[in-house]
Design a protein around this ligand. Structure first.
Ligand code: DWN
Length: 421
């Protein structure tokens, strides 16, 4: 039977230089093989169609120490019909409410101040600001989700944010007191165009606040499955300092966040801003050096741990099969699809996945073709074990599935280490 897998050649979309400092001295340290776009869930009638597999590898720039993917898949392939809605998770909603509370107080926002959110998705973060009487504007390229946001009363422009777009937004809406970007900056290839756009739109006393998974946590907690085609960059502080300085911006504060397996919230202003630089900014840079984030060995050792994590889980699942135990999964997350494809886990090993997002229910996982059902099916089908693919929400998921555990069901957590509870 003709293979349904269409592997895109390894030379296509390969980068030649670092996206921040343009050095060609890139050290490749991790290969997760080739796999479909991790948010590319497929419907039943697409199961017999060819799927494109793209290389998934990571490298580190030996000049500015930015970790980045070796291949950049064009944004229009990735984001046209994007299936990620943050508002389904109470963890995310409360995280964004706290974000807005803190920013309104810390930067003394007034009702005529404008907050612009880059990659605003369904407007979950902006609605938290809007509820406080702050003017908001979203910018997001995913047509399907922009419709949802506008319908919910969050003014949102369907566009990619860059310098040209920023200039048009400034002309139409005026300068922004706050520009935010949560889990989106890592998705942007041309970071120089992004920073120029921020500079274009931000008021002189304004602040740019970006939040992204933190490289230090990713490496320390073996979070290999957060490395996927959407996430082009994996940030530590050092390369961000360099990027902002190129365009007359300065980092004034950095705050650690627990969300998504460990993130950093970075605050940057124009260098003329009177806002003080918090001493902990320098502390982050020093700590990153001490943790070896500027040494290639750190990344090679990470890959050794990732391979061990894979063999541990595969051995465990094999032992469960020998005992005739049934196994399902929880959370059809993009990271979950990375793990399933890298581990080559399909319907032989995983019977089904349950997920809270209605868009995903009734669909199948890309590459591995595992059916996705509503969460209620977990108790109905009662698999002996359930692999939590959305391990970043393990607490919330386990909390709401006490009945499954009381009935004898057990959860498997795959990251940072294999754990069965
Ligand atoms: O950067 C990104 C991160 C922040 O979120 C985006 N590129 C895409 C996305 O990554 P993801 O797909 O790994 O998302 P999550 O939010 O980590 O995955 C959660 C999945 O789990 C969602 O499909 C919803 C589902 N879920 C569930 O079924 N029950 C989540 C919770 C909390 C639940 O209780």
């Amino acid at each position: 039977m003709k293979s349904l897998v269409k592997r895109v050649s390894a030379t296509r979309y390969r980068i030649k230089k670092c996206r921040i400092c343009h050095s060609e001295d890139l050290h490749e340290f991790l290969s997760l093989g080739t796999m479909p776009i991790p948010n590319g869930f497929i419907s039943k009638n697409e199961l017999s169609r060819q799927e494109f597999y793209f290389p998934l590898k990571a490298c580190v720039c030996k000049k500015c120490w930015l970790v980045q993917l070796t291949h950049v898949i064009p944004a229009d392939i990735m984001f046209k019909n994007y299936l990620y809605i943050p508002s389904t998770s109470s963890t995310v909603v409360s995280h964004f409410n706290n974000f807005a509370d803190a920013v309104v107080i810390d930067f003394n926002l007034k009702s005529d101040d404008l907050v612009v959110d880059i990659g605003s998705n369904d407007g979950t973060l902006l609605s938290a600001f809007q509820k406080k009487g702050i003017k908001v504007l979203g910018v997001d390229p995913a047509e399907n989700i922009v419709k949802v946001a506008n319908k919910a009363g969050i003014p949102t422009k369907c566009a990619f944010f860059n310098e040209l777009e920023a200039e048009m937004l400034r002309r139409e809406y005026g300068e922004a007191k706050v520009i935010s970007g949560t889990n989106v900056i890592a998705h942007i290839d041309n970071l120089h165009d992004l920073v120029l756009g921020v500079k274009q739109l931000l008021s002189d006393d304004g602040v740019f606040i970006m939040e992204a998974p933190y490289l230090s946590d990713l490496i320390e907690r073996n979070e290999f499955d957060t490395i996927y085609h959407e996430h082009l960059s994996y940030f530590s502080v050092r390369p961000l300092v360099k990027l902002f300085e190129m365009y007359g911006l300065k980092i004034i504060d950095i705050q650690k966040q627990k969300i998504h397996g460990g993130s950093i919230r970075v605050f940057a202003t124009k260098k003329e801003s009177t806002l003080n630089v918090h001493p902990r900014v320098q502390k982050f840079v020093i700590e990153e050096q001490a943790k070896g984030l500027c040494e290639t060995q750190t990344y090679d050792e990470f890959t050794v741990r990732v391979k061990r994590l894979k063999s541990d889980l595969l051995k465990f699942l094999k032992s469960l099969r020998k005992e005739d135990k049934s196994v399902a999964a929880y959370g059809a997350a993009a990271k979950g699809n990375v793990l399933l494809n890298y581990y080559k886990l399909g319907t032989e090993e995983i019977d089904f996945i349950v997920d809270s997002i209605s868009y995903k229910q009734g669909k199948f996982t890309p590459g591995t073709h595992i059916p996705i059902f509503p969460e209620s099916q977990l108790l109905k089908k009662m698999p002996d074990y359930t692999l939590i693919l959305a391990w970043n929400f393990a607490e919330e998921i386990i909390e709401k599935n006490k009945k499954y555990q009381d009935a004898g069901g057990r959860f498997i957590i795959p990251v940072p280490y294999l754990k069965v509870i």
